[in-house]
Design a protein around this ligand. Structure first.
Ligand code: SF4
Length: 358
């Protein structure tokens, strides 16, 4: 027996076999699942044929309604699906999807910010750097980076007192952990650094994560030289290993930036019924989508959009907002899985040269 015959009949009679994104809703309008397909009708009907106990059967059984939007091409459908999943976290997408896990370095938005290794980006005002493929290695590297720069790694609830705050004069505050005595933390829990000094160390970390500065590497190199000078070879060897890990991490950062830089081009995507689209991508982000310009006026409009998107000042590498990270990952994955799609891309300079109306 097929689950949910009424819903199946609705799909059968109303949905067309075109590319699109569909959503299953449960009781109380809970968004249960978001999916995409180049043939929405065929895909939706397959849910009602699924064997009992299958995820698709469960979904069709639990759903009380279904909605769909036609989208002109698979790439656009993929982007729309990703945005909906990211925004609503539908239960069936989250529970049933095995996704490759990436790690990010999160710089928290706190009075004394911390560096944290995380596997999810959230809308919490923090800045995220990454993604990095080696999740396990990142935990150690982030810890070492914090120790080199003197950044705290205690719980977010730890009270913070900077040296330039009045409260500190109301009595001595003892450090809350031994990192203060080991000098691996500037110890803002007991008023040792000024807010300026601590935030300077955070800034050094950000610049390192953006690949703009190598302060932490130099710091470890100097300490290693000092240890060797004191004939403390055991400690020097420990620092050498740390230095190697930080360098490997820096190389990961540089490699990722290179891959993102490489995703700067214009991309023509053929669409259903001739609805071709032109995507303007910069650093892996979709900055604009236009109907593919066919006439002179449309080309003039497109040329203005191209100049707007690629002509604006380049802010350089920086941290990522959550939705930016997800979009870059999606775009990178799309071109990795569909290398032939690169043939539909063109640099903005060449496009302007060839297509700009005379
Ligand atoms: S020394 Fe203080 S600020 Fe630093 S990690 Fe320990 S508790 Fe946190």
């Amino acid at each position: 027996m097929h689950p949910n015959p009424a819903l199946r009949e609705q799909v059968r009679s109303q949905v067309e076999d075109r590319p699109g994104v569909y959503r299953f809703f449960g009781p109380g309008d809970e968004l249960l699942y978001v999916g995409k397909s180049v043939r929405v009708r065929t895909r939706l009907l397959s849910y009602f044929r699924a064997p009992r106990g299958d995820k698709a059967w469960e979904l069709a059984h639990e759903a009380s309604s279904v909605a769909w939007d036609y989208i002109p091409n698979e790439f656009a459908a993929l982007v729309r699906e990703m945005k909906l999943i990211q925004r609503w976290q539908p239960r069936f997408n989250v529970q049933h999807k095995r996704r490759r896990i990436y790690a990010f370095v999160k710089v928290t938005r706190e009075r004394a910010p911390r560096l944290l290794p995380v596997t999810r980006v959230a809308e919490d005002g923090a800045t995220y750097y990454g993604p990095f493929p080696r999740v396990g290695a990142l935990v150690r590297t982030v810890r070492e980076l914090s120790h080199v720069l003197g950044l705290r790694d205690c719980p977010g609830s730890t009270p913070i007192f900077f040296g330039d705050q009045l409260e500190i004069f109301q009595g001595h505050r003892a450090p809350r952990c031994m990192r203060a005595d080991l000098r691996t933390c500037l110890a803002p829990c007991c008023g040792r650094p000024s807010s300026q000094d601590y935030l300077h160390a955070v800034d050094v970390a950000r610049r390192f994560l953006e690949g703009r500065a190598h302060g932490p590497l130099r710091e470890v190199e100097e300490r290693m030289g000092d240890a060797a000078g004191r004939m403390d070879f055991e400690y020097a060897a420990l620092l050498r290993d740390r230095l190697e890990r930080l360098r490997a991490f820096r190389d990961d950062l540089v490699a990722f930036r290179g891959r993102v830089e490489d995703l700067t081009f214009m991309y023509r995507v053929p669409g259903f019924g001739g609805d071709d689209r032109l995507y303007l991508l910069r650093r892996g982000r979709i900055r604009a989508v236009l109907p593919y310009p066919k006439g002179r006026r449309a080309r003039e409009r497109a040329a203005r959009a191209v100049e707007d998107v690629y002509g604006e000042r380049d802010p350089g590498p920086g941290g990522l907002e959550p939705e930016e990270a997800a979009e870059i990952l999606l775009v990178a994955r799309w071109f990795r899985l569909h290398p032939k799609e690169r043939r539909r891309t063109m640099s903005p300079e060449r496009w302007l040269e060839e297509r700009r109306p005379a």
